[in-house]
Design a protein. Structure first.
Length: 615
């Protein structure tokens, strides 16, 4: 297969390298030899090629961003009668033209819970006439009561169940249909009208936490929030506190802890031999954060399934999300896709923080074992200063999903019976605004949105806070290629088959750029090979990229390996694996290194990300 030029990027080619100056020999480093290896009859066993990388250009469709907006007065009543020209919309601070405008009015203006808006004093005749809500029979109401049994503590869930059962008894109207959904197992029941059956299903819901609130490590204590901060390089204080705690656990005097400061960012495959404590803490944080991401992804996948179920129901649709919250940092794109899915299906997400109003002391929970004789003062200070953020950060996704879909977020309140009554309702009037971003603004980054009213008033506005400006694409055959491009700009770790990365820096060139030699080792045992003409066939495609702090690609290259192996060569490579080596060039500075590989048989991927400092 001939290589195809795909744009410009850093220089370099396939080279068998490892950390060190000598060329690696032996069965694990076969690329250079395999490039020239010929099977009997002249067919190549492995064909290797590399080229500059740019994202695959697909046929684009018109992109429309939808925003559900609920306007409320000072008493919390929905405001009706507003027109398109009453709204102003900005995207990243720039004014955008509202290209579509619809009104979903579930009650007539002036009815219970609705107040008529003032609108403009002077209207332009024949321009943008105000939509007039028409009284109509109420369609059946479908409610998915979603219990996050993964992220909610057993005590919080027990309280929620009692008040949820009371809501079913007193809050469901004739004709309402409710399904019970749990994050660990999906839909618990079909959409039911029988209140006794629904209450019985709620009683069966139990907590299924994936890890203890204090984390899997007792000493040092590595909570999910600690892991989030450390694994994503968000807090040097968190790292320092855990290092001090580790030393205290081992009985080492705290003065032997490393001095404060920015801290080093270890290179892939190069642990800091001078700081074993930091290496261990980063390892513990990475392990904990990987478990947290898996649990959060499971919850979001289950939410997507619940939204799909609701979208198939013919009536008004509400998802009532009950959760203590879950960490979704670095997964914002998935969160944004949930909001888009809900908006397209006309589903309102109302969310309740199951923790309610709580006061947490600075001390650790009494039921957690303590293995330190003396907790370092800095550790106590860190835990005290971050306890509110540790409790509030996981609920951000609840607030965001509610705000994005015109729903309500009930929190900091222990009157859960009142909360269920409030959240069980659907906004009486919702305005659905749409706009088409300019092609130049589709930069694959998160864009902040702001919706406000043209006239000054005391109304409050509930609307989605932003969106990911992704270029929409028409369906194409090369789905694997599209997924590869998506993974290049993301930061999550994907390990659908084993892969590891090593790297080294070369001397600066005459242009002042530093070569970054990158090598990915792939274990072939987990890959499925096809059969063609008595040959084992497979293709691996790799992309290595350096991205700056704005997630823009600074340098990137793409390579591929086409396999057509005899049985003997296949068995040999199963034992050794293969290595893809490419060189990128970049000026000195801080970058995110992204190494992505995809195989052609089943579309499995490996995607790794590292923070590096190029000299």
């Amino acid at each position: 297969m001939a290589a195809t030029q795909r744009g410009s990027g850093g220089g370099g080619g396939w080279r068998p390298r490892r950390l060190g100056s000598r060329l690696a020999m032996g069965p694990a480093f076969l690329l250079a030899a395999l490039c020239l290896a010929q099977a009997p009859g002249g067919s190549e066993e492995v064909r290797v090629g590399s080229r500059p990388y740019v994202p695959f250009q697909l046929r684009t469709e018109t992109t429309v961003v939808q925003i559900a907006v609920v306007v409320r007065d000072g008493k919390g009543r929905a405001v009706s009668g507003l027109q398109k020209d009453d709204f102003r919309l900005t995207d990243q601070g720039k004014d955008r033209m509202i290209t579509s405008f619809t009104v979903d009015a579930r009650d007539v203006p002036g009815g219970a819970g609705v107040v008529a808006g003032k609108g403009r004093e002077t209207a332009e005749v024949g321009t943008n006439p105000a939509p007039t809500p028409v009284e109509r029979p109420h369609p059946p109401r479908f409610i998915s009561m979603y219990f996050d049994d993964i992220g909610t503590a057993a005590g919080d869930l027990a309280r929620m169940k009692k008040d949820a059962a009371r809501f079913v008894e007193a809050g469901m109207s004739p004709g309402d249909r409710m399904a019970i959904v749990v994050s660990s197992a999906g839909r618990f029941t079909d959409f039911l009208t029988n209140k006794e059956q629904i209450a019985a299903a709620i009683e069966k819901v139990q907590a299924h936490p994936r890890f203890p609130p204090g984390g899997n490590s007792n000493c040092p204590r590595m909570t999910p929030y600690d892991a989030y901060l450390i694994a994503n390089y968000l807090s040097q204080e968190a790292l320092q506190a855990k290092i001090l705690e580790l030393l205290a656990c081992a009985g080492t005097p705290p003065q032997y802890a490393p001095a404060g400061g920015r801290g080093g960012l270890p290179r892939p495959g190069q642990p800091d031999a001078m700081n074993p404590a930091q290496n261990l803490i980063r390892q513990l944080a990475a392990q904990m954060w990987e478990q947290v991401k898996i649990a959060s992804q499971a919850t979001m996948d289950s939410l997507a399934d619940a939204l799909t179920d609701l979208s198939k129901q013919n009536g008004t649709r509400t998802l009532l999300l009950v959760s203590s919250g879950f960490l979704s940092g670095t997964m914002e794109e998935t969160e944004d896709s949930l909001a888009d899915q809900a908006l397209k299906a006309s589903v309102v997400i109302n969310a309740m923080d199951a923790k309610g109003l709580y006061v947490e002391g600075p001390a650790r929970p009494f039921d957690e074992p303590v293995q330190m004789e003396n907790v370092p003062t800095f550790v106590t200070m860190y835990e005290t200063m971050t306890q509110n953020a540790a409790a509030e950060t996981p609920t951000a996704i609840l607030a965001d999903l509610a705000e994005a879909t015109g729903g309500l977020f009930f929190h900091h309140n222990n009157d859960f019976s009142f909360g269920f009554r409030e959240l069980g309702s659907i906004p009486e009037v919702t305005y659905l605004l749409g706009f088409s971003p300019e092609d130049a603004s589709l930069d694959s980054k998160y864009h902040k949105l702001k919706v406000k009213l043209a006239a000054s008033n005391s109304y409050t506005i509930e609307a989605r806070p932003g969106y990911f400006a992704m270029r929409r694409t028409a369906p194409v055959e090369d789905k694997g290629r599209a997924e590869l491009d998506r993974q290049v700009i993301r930061s999550e770790t994907v390990q659908q088959f084993p892969a590891t990365v090593r790297m080294q820096y070369g001397p600066k060139n005459t242009a002042g750029a530093t070569p970054v030699h990158i090598q990915m080792h792939v274990d072939l045992k987990a890959l499925k090979f096809g059969q063609q003409n008595a040959r084992r066939t497979q293709k691996l495609t790799f992309v290595f990229a350096l991205l700056d702090d704005k997630d823009a690609i600074v340098s990137a290259r793409e390579g591929s390996m086409d396999f057509a192996l005899s049985d003997a060569k296949y068995q040999s490579l199963l034992q050794s694996g293969v290595n893809a080596a490419l060189t990128l060039e970049a000026p000195g500075g801080s970058y995110r290194l992204r190494a992505v590989a995809i195989e052609s048989a089943e579309g499995q991927m490996a995607a790794l990300a590292y923070r590096i400092q190029v000299p």
